[in-house]
Design a protein around this ligand. Structure first.
Ligand SMILES: [Zn+2]
Length: 133
């Protein structure tokens, strides 16, 4: 029996690398905010400064969302559920997992879910994965 899935350790390694990178980015945003809050910026043009702040805030929110996804994915990996569709139990495409790190549904089930007026699949297996702390 040949496994078509990528080795789990590789997935973990890349997720952990991703998490470290995102955490480093967040640290960077923290440092940036602190420097902005400090004195010595009184002469900065207000318009430019607020544009800057809005951009940084957006970037930061994106980073936080990605970090949450990666953390979620690692929790699912620990639970042995990573890369397995919650709708049909089939393996989720590697390409889809690269695009949506913590994807819980395969493309087919995702499309069904989007079409369903209830926004959910009936008979969807209850996830037995503990919520991340
Ligand atoms: Zn599925």
């Amino acid at each position: 029996m040949t496994a078509a899935k990528p080795a789990r350790t590789n997935v973990r390694r890349s997720l952990e690398a991703r998490r470290r990178q995102l955490e480093a980015d967040l640290t960077h945003f923290e440092a940036w905010s602190m420097s902005r809050l400090g004195f010595g910026h009184a002469l900065v043009d207000d318009g430019a400064a607020s544009f800057d702040q809005a951009t940084q805030l957006t970037l930061r929110q994106n980073t936080e969302r990605l970090l949450a996804q990666v953390t979620n994915a690692l929790a699912r990996l620990d639970a042995g559920a990573y890369g397995v569709c919650e709708g049909c139990g089939q393996a989720i495409d590697t390409e889809r997992l690269q695009a949506v790190i913590d994807a819980r549904l395969c493309m087919g089930c995702q499309r069904l879910q989007e079409r369903s007026p209830l926004g959910r699949i009936t008979g969807l297996k209850t996830a037995s994965i503990p919520a991340p702390a």
